[in-house]
Design a binder for this molecule. Structure first.
Ligand SMILES: [Zn+2]
Length: 253
């Protein structure tokens, strides 16, 4: 079961509570989309107005159990501000590493899905063979596997995230970042889809049909323009929230 609430509403900003609700919704959406790894993997959101602080799941909670109140508040130096202080050490390394290196980032997602982890073990990785891949290829970065929970890995991941916002963590899984929670979700959705199609294509007995390199270039340019908008991912986010609202709204508790 998920941990008892750890929040003090009297001393909490409206921005923190809204971020808690949105991050809890992100966990529920990830559960709906089948991106969970039981209690492992983690997603986080920086709190507006408190740039050193972010929210992350209480380690041990399943994604469908996570609520706004159950999230752990901590900072990029490892200080915990919640009464439930059970966070995943590897999660802290990953998320603090990104927030230190990317002040513009307000959300970090991370998955261990079969398709994403499957692509992560390949030397080549994603190819421009699907529309889904074209939406992410121009900003995909491959981050070499490093020893989890170390300072070196924390710094190294930060460097990788400075090169692109959709990251294949080699031999591990996927990670995306965003200036907003909807933006990070949109990137993850397209990256997961691209990996799924790549895995399917590699299991078939025909070579994939190539896409004209000029079309790949033009698609990438359009994708960059869309990602630059503050509205990037918002319509998809609203649709995803409607999907989970069909299952109840207890994540807002
Ligand atoms: Zn992981």
């Amino acid at each position: 079961m998920n941990a008892p609430p750890s929040v003090d509403h009297a001393n909490m900003s409206d921005a923190e509570w809204q971020t808690r609700c949105d991050l809890a919704a992100l966990y529920r959406i990830s559960d709906l989309y089948g991106w969970t790894d039981t209690i492992n993997t983690h997603m986080s959101a920086r709190i507006p107005g408190e740039p050193k602080c972010f929210l992350i799941n209480n380690y041990g909670d399943l994604f469908h159990e996570i609520t706004a109140s159950s999230l752990v508040k901590m900072d990029i130096d490892g200080k915990v501000y919640s009464t439930n202080d059970s966070f995943n050490a590897a999660g802290f390394t990953i998320h603090s590493g990104v927030y230190k290196a990317r002040p513009d980032v307000y959300c970090v997602t991370h998955t261990h899905t079969r398709a994403g982890t499957g692509i992560s073990v390949l030397k080549q990785g994603l190819r421009p063979i699907s529309q889904d891949a074209l939406a992410v290829l121009d900003e995909v970065v491959y981050h070499e596997y490093g020893m989890p929970t170390t300072d070196e890995e924390c710094e190294s991941l930060g460097v990788s995230c400075q090169k692109g916002s959709s990251v294949v963590l080699r031999n591990h899984g996927l990670l995306t970042v965003g200036a907003t929670i909807p933006a990070a979700l949109r990137r993850l959705y397209m990256l997961e889809r691209a990996c799924e199609v790549e895995i399917i294509a590699r299991g078939l007995d025909e070579e994939p049909t190539p896409i004209d390199p000029e079309v790949v270039r033009q698609y990438g340019e359009r994708a960059r323009q869309q990602r630059a908008s503050p509205e990037f991912g918002v319509a998809d986010w609203k649709a995803a929230v409607r999907q989970i609202e069909g299952r109840g709204s207890d994540w807002r508790q």
